[in-house]
Design a binder for this molecule. Sequence first.
Ligand SMILES: CC(C)(COP(=O)(O)OP(=O)(O)OC[C@H]1O[C@@H](n2cnc3c(N)ncnc32)[C@H](O)[C@@H]1OP(=O)(O)O)[C@@H](O)C(=O)NCCC(=O)NCCS
Length: 166
Amino acid sequence: MLIRNEISSDACAIRTVVTDAMKLLPQSIGTEAVIVDRLRADNALSLSLVAEDAGAVVGYLAASRARIGVVSGWALIGPVAVLPVRHGEGIGSALIAEAILRLRASCKGAALVGDPGYYGRFGFRTFPGLRVGDCPQQFVQALPFTASEPEGELIHHSAFGLQQRV
Ligand SMILES: CC(C)(COP(=O)(O)OP(=O)(O)OC[C@H]1O[C@@H](n2cnc3c(N)ncnc32)[C@H](O)[C@@H]1OP(=O)(O)O)[C@@H](O)C(=O)NCCC(=O)NCCS
């Protein structure tokens, strides 16, 4: 399996992976693939990684610029998606590990909204002042790359306004 940057011919396969994976999430409203398309169209994807196996896209991870409170220079990871038939093979972990490695070189830290049961293993955790709208705080997590703790509202690209729930 290869983790690599998205190329232009991947867009359709990325849509499929993201749509199929998100169908498993009861809280998904099915807009995640459109969010990725909008981030791409707005040149807002700071990372757009695919996991390729035997020539096929089997996983995807997006990251975009974000601010926490007044502090810019953060990355927002998401969506992260793996084809359902390939779950549990380490593909999601490989995407996240590569994303952290790359973002470490250019960002103050990475933040995301997701299941703490999954993201905790990569070092993501909640912080007392870190929040996104009315999203339950246990889902709003960050991995700072410096000693300073994130505090305030996680401000993300307007494309995520399509996603009303986590
Ligand atoms: C979450 C997701 C990306 C993980 O990808 P994956 O390739 O299956 O993950 P890995 O193989 O690297 O890791 C599998 C491990 O994560 C655990 N895991 C997966 N989803 C989890 C969740 N929501 N909560 C807790 N643990 C989870 C599995 O139980 C497994 O645990 P184990 O290592 O102890 O056996 C994938 O399940 C997926 O696409 N899910 C639907 C979309 C989604 O939830 N995206 C994240 C929110 S944006």
